[in-house]
Design a protein around this ligand. Structure first.
Ligand code: G1P
Length: 295
């Protein structure tokens, strides 16, 4: 990046929420997996809060069939609000209000076939337009202060270009993994990235945590992206191509992620976010301890 240019502000975030949630069935048979409660709120709320903390103003949900509960959740619930008002439940009303985005701050586009993450992001191209944007994968909840996306934005303000979050893992073959070239504090330059590397061939143990700041040129690459790992159009493969022409950094952010994509990961997230809740954390710890002792 030219040191004298300020990177363009990131205003929009893409949240791919079309996945079927097959690894958490039957819970997800008629409820989108993003709506499963992680302690006291749907998983997707944590992800939206993370992005809001980072200054995101517009949320583009890439949805699919049977996902209308997400759209309803981010709308006003008139009957509920009216009932709470009549019952003088001011605190609850204020809380609901905090969770409702302002008018016009959400868009919903459909991914009509499950062709992969790269295809899902590409489906948002017209709504994103010609500006840098964030991608947050709602399967992955991050616990960090400042939020993971906030930390990424701080680095983006310095280096511009494209920025992804990474974190060490014991199971790099399950994720996208980076091939680091050099490091400056938490900021890494990369030689490449691999989606779901074969066991034993992982270039590092640093996996892509599902948080991205991308330049709009990624869309043209996604358009021509062939199938990759798992027979799907992979965002990682287009990022590798974008790296050839643009600055690309990884940030090993200060915090940790919770993969809600399977049952035990989901349980771990529920426990961790209950324990971290400022009002209920202590009671949650006592309850979890008692559950272990009484089993
Ligand atoms: C996707 C990405 C992968 C990333 C992961 C994080 O994979 O393709 O690079 O590490 O999310 O959750 P998926 O979980 O969709 O298989």
């Amino acid at each position: 990046m030219n040191a004298e240019t300020t990177p363009r502000r990131v205003r929009k975030a893409v949240l791919p929420v079309a996945g079927l949630g097959t690894r958490v069935l039957p819970a997800t048979k008629s409820i989108p997996k993003e709506m499963l409660p992680v302690f006291d709120r749907p998983a997707i709320q944590y992800v939206v809060d993370e992005a809001l903390a980072a200054g995101i103003e517009h949320f583009i949900f890439v949805t699919g069939r049977n996902k209308s509960a997400i759209e309803d959740y981010f709308d006003r619930a008139y009957e509920l609000e009216d009932t709470l008002r009549q019952k003088n439940k001011a605190e609850l009303l204020a809380e609901l209000d905090r969770f409702t985005p302002p008018p016009g701050a959400t868009s919903f586009v459909r991914q009509q076939a499950p062709l992969g993450l790269g295809h899902a992001v590409w489906c948002a191209r017209d709504v994103v337009g010609d500006e840098p944007f964030a991608v947050l994968l709602p399967d992955m909840l991050t616990m960090a202060a400042p939020s993971c996306m906030q930390q990424m934005m701080a680095h983006y303000a310095q280096v511009g270009g494209n920025v992804i979050a990474v974190e060490p893992t014991d199971a790099p073959w399950s994720y996208g993994v980076i091939d680091p070239a050099s490091r400056n504090g938490r900021l890494l330059k990369m030689r490449g990235m691999v989606e779901k590397p074969a066991k034993g061939t992982e270039p590092s143990n640093l996996f892509i945590t599902g948080r991205y700041i991308l330049q709009p040129e990624i869309f043209a690459l996604l358009e021509s992206q062939g199938k990759g790992a798992g027979g799907e159009i992979q965002l990682t493969d287009s990022m590798v191509r974008l790296m050839q022409s643009q600055d690309f950094h990884a940030v090993e952010y200060d915090g940790r992620s919770y993969d809600c994509g399977d049952k035990i990961g989901y349980l771990n997230a529920v426990a961790a976010f209950a324990l971290a809740n400022k009002d209920f954390g202590q009671a949650a710890a006592a309850t979890l301890r008692a559950a272990l002792e009484n089993r």
